[in-house]
Design a protein around this ligand. Structure first.
Ligand code: NAD
Ligand code: ZN
Length: 264
């Protein structure tokens, strides 16, 4: 695929002006934000996500589902290990860094929240405050039976079917598997923030497949508030947003940030 073209300066200026005027900004992010850190996106990529079925005769969604984890945890763990291996050694890119800088800013934009579907921990590694990891983080492991929990830097030392050092039961990462409920705490946090309201919503590097990822954009639209999408490809929300930058997340956010600092 050709590299996406750079963002148009006029569009960048318009978005920078929206950011400068906003009091509360929500940035909804997905796998595309980590693409420039070398991580594969989920849909339409090669490697482990390519093709209809995994080597186990099931789709990747089935292999990474709650029911298969309960029935055949060795299958789910095999793909969790592959995903973690793909993340290993990755560092935040310009997109994570700009969002982290905005979220730490004490002057306008006053409050920036990041709602991410990514489980790679890169927003947190970049230092983002006000972060809602709605699908969890691969680097947090917990026991399926006792209160044991730990943060692991990588899965290198883990066995194919990792077990708890305290009770011997199966371990799992604190991520949302397909067909599982969203975790309570980030869901409540998201609802509380949506109730407080945002006056600018970004959708960045996500194909927007899940209702709770689309919802903030739809809410803003209904309230007549500005919405911006940064994604080289069209998505389910492209026709809905006010401004669309068909460019990569890192270069675009860097350009917006630059325009903001020149303004301010
Ligand atoms: P997705 O793969 O469905 O969509 C990725 C989107 O990013 C696409 O629309 C693509 O056009 C866009 N994109 C690609 N390169 C980009 C770039 N440089 N800049 C901006 N956009 C770019 O991913 P999703 O919408 O996040 O949903 C996938 C699901 O899989 C989620 O549930 C997520 O938890 C999981 N997942 C997470 C990671 C991660 O943690 N990094 C990686 C893959 C999948
Ligand atoms: Zn245990």
């Amino acid at each position: 695929m050709n590299a996406p073209s750079p963002p148009s300066p006029a569009l960048v200026q318009r978005v920078a002006a929206l950011v400068a005027d906003a009091r509360r900004i929500l940035c909804v992010t997905g796998a595309g934000v980590s693409a420039e850190s070398g991580l594969p996106t989920y849909r339409g990529v090669g490697g482990i996500y390519d093709g209809e079925n995994t080597g186990d005769g099931m789709t990747i969604e089935e292999a990474l589902s709650g029911p298969v984890f309960r029935r055949r945890p060795e299958i789910t763990w095999r793909y969790l290990l592959e995903i973690e291996r793909a993340c290993r050694g990755a560092v935040p890119n310009a997109a994570h860094e700009v969002l982290a800088r905005w979220s730490n800013c004490t002057r306008p934009p006053a409050e920036v929240w990041v709602l991410t579907q990514n489980v790679d921990g890169l927003h947190s590694a970049a230092g983002s405050q006000n972060l809602i990891e709605i699908h969890g983080d691969l680097h947090r492991l917990r026991c399926t039976s006792c209160p044991w929990r730990a943060r692991v830097q990588n899965y290198e030392q883990l066995s194919a079917l990792p077990c708890c050092v305290d009770c011997g039961a199966l371990l799992r990462p604190e991520v949302v598997l397909f067909e599982e409920m969203l975790p309570e705490s980030p869901t409540q946090q998201l609802q509380a923030q949506l109730t407080l309201g945002f006056d600018l919503v970004f959708s960045i590097g996500t194909s927007s497949q899940f209702p709770y990822i689309v919802q903030p954009v739809v809410m803003a639209k209904h309230q007549g508030l500005p919405t911006v999408e940064i994604n080289p490809h069209e998505t389910t929300i492209s026709s809905l947003v006010d401004l669309r930058l068909a460019c990569s997340a890192g270069a675009t956010l860097r350009a917006i940030d630059q325009a903001l600092s020149e303004e301010g």
